[in-house]
Design a binder for this molecule. Structure first.
Ligand code: ADP
Length: 287
């Protein structure tokens, strides 16, 4: 590790004796963001980060000032999805951390604090939590219309911290179509309700696969899980995104499909953005 890397790491980990608030009246660590959307899921690998990145880029394409915080501390994938994975932390003259930027969005990730993108983060939850708070407070985000936070999956420490430390406008819950084995996403919904975070909607990802050669649709991960959950919890259902190789390819290539895809592919994520706005919870910027 170079001296600069070591310094960067130490700066990030410096404790500031932070006080933690309650989720009923959260601390407001991001007063510079008009709206805060957290993207969450019951378990990993359901496409939560992909949805977060693409929904954020829909708003950026609508000229909203968008920031994307990758809070998926132990599996940060946002930097790669936006081609900023080689960027490391730098500080400006005001001693504030400079955001990476791409596709009209400001991006910050714990993944950018490690010496190389593949360095594992071996942090206790308390350290991860203070690192995240630092990424809110010590980063020069500027004034944002929307901060999107890609949460880790599940119902752990980070979720609780974000609930306590942010004035969340709405949560977006990403699930798969599987009707059985929805316990994990139910727990995630229940936790959001317990900590008084309004749920803006449920989106079902990996909803069937249409074979490009035959046009035949296969329900690989089952059917109807997202809609069922939305009905049971009386939440807006914001659509089904099929398994599409182009989604994976564009993520791997670091260009969101909501930017580079076909009109049909973009529409999956536009529908989510419209559905969130339809909740009436978001303050719309004057553009
Ligand atoms: P999570 O954040 O829930 O762990 P990711 O967003 O990292 O999940 O997605 C996991 C993998 O699935 C990635 O390789 C991603 O490109 C791929 N993926 C996500 N959504 C789709 C989709 N609709 N079609 C095809 N591949 C997808």
């Amino acid at each position: 590790m170079s001296d600069a890397d070591e310094l960067a790491r130490r700066k990030l980990l410096e404790s500031k004796g932070r006080s933690f608030g309650s989720s009923a009246s959260p601390n407001d660590r991001a007063p510079w963001a008009k709206n805060i959307l957290i993207v969450t899921s019951g378990k990993g690998g359901v496409g939560k980060s992909t949805v977060a990145v693409n929904v954020a880029s829909v708003f950026a394409q609508r000229d909203w000032k968008v920031g994307l915080l990758d809070a998926d501390v132990y599996g940060p994938s946002v930097p790669r999805m936006l081609q900023v994975d080689d960027e490391r932390l730098t500080w400006n003259e005001q001693e504030r951390i400079v955001c990476a930027e791409n596709f009209g969005m400001k991006v910050m990730s714990v993944g950018m604090t490690t010496p190389t993108p593949d360095t594992p983060l071996v942090w206790r939850a308390s350290v991860a939590t203070s690192a995240l708070i630092q990424l809110l407070e010590d980063v020069d985000w500027g004034e944002l219309d929307l901060l999107v936070v890609d949460m880790p999956p599940g119902t752990g420490d980070t979720q609780l911290t974000m609930a306590q430390e942010l004035r969340v406008t709405a949560a977006l819950v990403v699930t798969t179509p599987q009707v059985i084995s929805t316990d994990d996403v139910r727990r995630a919904i229940k936790m959001l309700q317990d900590v008084h975070i309004p749920i803006g909607g449920i989106v079902e990802n990996l909803s069937g696969f249409v074979a490009p050669d035959t046009g035949q649709r296969y329900a690989i991960f089952g059917e109807g899980g997202g809609k069922l959950l939305a009905e049971q919890y009386k939440l807006p259902f914001l659509g089904e995104i099929p398994i599409d190789m182009a989604v994976r390819q564009s993520s791997d290539a670091g260009t969101p499909i909501a930017v580079s895809g076909t009109a049909a592919q973009k529409a999956w994520y536009e529908r989510i953005a419209d559905g969130l706005l339809a909740t009436g919870r978001f303050v719309q910027p004057k553009l």
